[in-house]
Design a protein around this ligand. Sequence first.
Ligand code: F6R
Length: 610
Amino acid sequence: MCGIVGYIGKKQAAPVLLEGLTKLEYRGYDSAGVAVSDACGKIEIVKAQGKLKELKKKTNDGKSLGGNCGIGHTRWATHGVPNETNAHPHCNDDGTIVAVHNGIIENYAELKAKLIRRGYDFYSQTDTEVATKLVDYYYKKYAEPLKAVSEFALKVRGTYALAVLFADRPEEIYAIRKDSPMVIGTAGGDCFLASDVPALLSYTRDVYYVENFQIAHLKDGKVDFYNLDSERIDVPVTKITWDAKAAEKNGYEHFMLKEIYEQPRVVEDTLNYLVQGGEIDFSELQLRGEALKSVRGIVIVGCGSAYHVGVAMQYVIEDLARMPVRVELASEFRYRNSVLSGEELLIVISQSGETADSIAALREAKERGLKTLAVVNVVGSTIAREADWVLYTKAGPEISVATTKAYSAQLVAGYAIAIKLASVRGTVSAEERRMLVAQLRLLPEKIREILQEPTAIQQFAAETMDRKNAFFIGRGIDYAVSMEGSLKLKEISYIHSEAYAAGELKHGAISLIEDGTLVFGVLTQEGLAEKTISNLEETKSRNAHVAVVATKGIEPPKTCDRIFYIPQTDPHFTASLSVIPLQLYSYYLSVAKGNNVDQPRNLAKSVTVE
Ligand code: F6R
């Protein structure tokens, strides 16, 4: 969601900024802009509505903008429609202070009113113009950029990653963040700033993760950090170990397809990290069995697909570890006055580790005295830094907005947590535990097997691409997967889709079933399949178009129109297999419709606003 970049160095800035923004495209955006300052401090701003190619066209790929220092932005509209006026960078009245910003200034209306009273005019509907003019106000007052930026931080409420150019300080960038990610790198006399690591990787692997309320000053090929009292502080350098190639398409038409096909490997990598000698081993997380022994219940929070992983985990943990588990949408948890004893463990699941609602839920849980475990993909992210323990999923960088491989890595992390809890609580025998772990180890190969046969799914996607409505139904874990299958379909194909617990359909939503409505049934649980088959038959008799994802050995309804079989596994782990045909289905359907698969409309990869 929004991307910011900054550069100062020996190269022409604009092409570097555009390249950085291209690497951040996956975050989702609807307009873009750059500001470049020359050695005399003259700042030129160019913006364009739509995709980066428009901005590239306007600037001849950046070549038409001189200057070695600049900032850039891709905007995902929050305040004001996505047009050129509202696009960043924003500036003060005489264009001598220019800024880009990720996040939301919550008290922007109040600040804007104050600035208007002090004689400021506003040309856009954005909170970022307010932020820029607030910095301008304090710069005029104190004539000191560090002071102007720290006063800004003291006056605003909300989240921000802000980078500012001052015309009278050419070839310098000032930046600050709160709850919106920012990384900085230096290499060979050049300085780079970005909202995410991929934008820096072609230049450096040594990055500084800027913490809340730290001010960065980029100048002369180096970066200095300050606190809000303008005192110098040390920020450690982190070495990025993942391969830059991992964030490229490697011959696949889309990142989503590449990431779907990476799933056997990421599941294997996550298991290698969590399993030692046939047992679940959390020593790398420094999470000992004793810490889990005192846990009286589990609360799982997450958003979107991460929440769906939580729903699947609920079934698995309750069944294996026989303890109460609640799953809540992170965006709801924080606003409910939940009844908590303080002895629960909160598990927060997040690919990015930067989702605003999940961060807020984590903080709420900590305030309520809960111990917290984060299941996170992005190393060094806010959630990873703030939770008591971190279990890193080993999915590598996920670029496609629609998650696939991170979801799969989160699922196996969830199974590992369930087995660990069961072992600590003595609810499964050593023999059962070994069997479960052995079954886990076989998942990568089984996912690979499903991925070898995509043609039937591709065909089915092409045949059904004109459907207007779809339902995904299942019971238990199959319901959890139905939720994920339905979300995948709607987000990238724009087909309206609902997930229903199979038994619930007849309590209302069945009225929507008509000639040709697509109904996907998920059938992986031996004891439950028969019931779901009856529900599928009910839709079939109302002329639904019925497809089934079923474990080999489960007899699907005779009348269904299409069957996709998956290999057998332990019933607790079936979500890892049944989700694969559903991911492929959504992918191929989106391709057939000619949609922008990796960057679906209105969506962002990392949702840093509440
Ligand atoms: C769906 C999707 C989103 C995310 C959700 C949480 O494909 O990607 O629903 O799962 O926005 O994001 P993270 O996991 O980064 O907290």
